[in-house]
Design a protein around this ligand. Structure first.
Ligand SMILES: [Zn+2]
Ligand SMILES: [Zn+2]
Length: 334
């Protein structure tokens, strides 16, 4: 197999040849068809998330075809997958199944999780081994491999964020990248009005938001034309927290959808007062994935992507960092 590996924090990924990994009990080996690039990959490469192993193959928005099943008990999840089947692999790669969080159905908060492309080697490669219990079937998803890849994190995390944002009819999205461009369409289909906030002066991102049905798009330094009932912050910028609190009405909710954010500047209590709520979203549960993919099966979804060959992973990361991508960057093995 070929893989783009992270061998030192802050350094460029290095192309390597490796033997194909063998799937262990309950695991499957996938031929990678496409792997989207997430901001979390940038946080890992840049060391904003503490390194957990080295070398590491990043990538946790994988679409692949099952090519080998590991040994497993009859009736287990690996047996439920068939050779040749197209599946998706998300960030949640494994959970312990017995800690207090797992026991109460909050596996996204598992005490000893394994995340794809972080604790486990991920999809910036021609093949990957995944725990079959955490793969999603993509049967009935009328999207290409490239289009389906960003669903596995941008789509899933945004889905969970939208759930936590509540049922508000007016929704602000701060940072209009891969996640926002997908969830704006879900929100529109639910009859909500979407207000998109981008970096000040980012006309292409604002045009992208309007093209996807946003009622208004402007800079994050601007006030929306009407008070918001909820806001989701996807950009990893702590200063957006007081900005979003300022934009939501009494009782409104601000959800931080990212895994990392720069420090939040201090702000007057008045911004939180009147029962405004501030919360974060961590990871996903498999139930989130099942719900979101069920929605995708029943609704049209436009997925905007820019593709890069696997070997151009560093260029994809560079462009994501620069904020020049409308939609999602997706690596495609040649
Ligand atoms: Zn657990
Ligand atoms: Zn991600």
């Amino acid at each position: 197999m070929r893989a783009m590996t992270l061998e030192a924090v802050g350094a460029a990924l290095v192309p390597r040849e490796r033997p194909d990994p063998e799937p262990g009990p309950g695991e499957v080996r996938l031929r990678v068809l496409a792997c989207a690039v997430c901001r979390t990959d940038l946080h890992i490469v840049d060391g904003e998330l503490p390194p957990v192993r080295s070398p590491l193959v990043p990538g946790h928005e994988i679409v692949g075809r099952v090519e080998a099943l590991g040994p497993c008990e009859p009736g287990s999840a690996a047996h439920a997958l068939a050779i040749g089947q197209r599946v998706g692999v998300p960030w949640l790669g494994h959970t312990c199944g017995h800690c207090a969080w797992c026991a109460e159905g909050r596996e996204n908060l598992c005490d000893t999780p394994q995340f794809t492309g972080y604790h486990r080697d991920g999809g910036f490669a021609t093949c990957v081994v995944a725990d079959a219990h955490y793969c999603f079937s993509l049967e009935g998803i009328a999207l290409t491999d490239v289009q389906a890849a960003p669903l596995m994190c941008a789509g899933l995390i945004a889905w969970r964020s939208l759930k936590l944002a509540g049922a508000g009819a007016t929704l602000g999205l701060y940072g209009f990248g891969a996640a926002a461009h997908l969830i704006a369409q879900v929100a529109r289909s639910q009859g909500r009005k979407v207000f998109a906030f981008t970096r000040p002066g980012d006309a292409p991102a604002q045009a992208h938001a309007l093209a996807l049905g946003a009622a208004w798009a402007g800079g994050s330094d601007q006030s929306p034309p009407e008070p918001l009932e909820a806001a989701i912050i996807f950009a990893p910028v702590g200063a957006l927290v007081p900005a979003a609190l300022r934009a939501v009405r009494k009782g409104g909710r601000v959800v931080c959808g990212g895994i990392h954010m720069s420090d939040i500047p201090s702000f007057p209590y008045g911004l939180l007062w009147h029962e405004r709520q501030l919360l974060s979203v961590a990871n996903l549960t498999r139930a989130d994935g099942d719900e979101f993919l069920a929605w995708v099966r029943g609704h049209p979804l436009r997925v905007d992507t820019i593709t890069y060959p696997l070997e151009a992973a560093n260029e994809a990361l560079r462009d994501l960092r620069a904020g020049t991508i409308q939609g999602a960057a997706v690596l495609v093995p040649g």
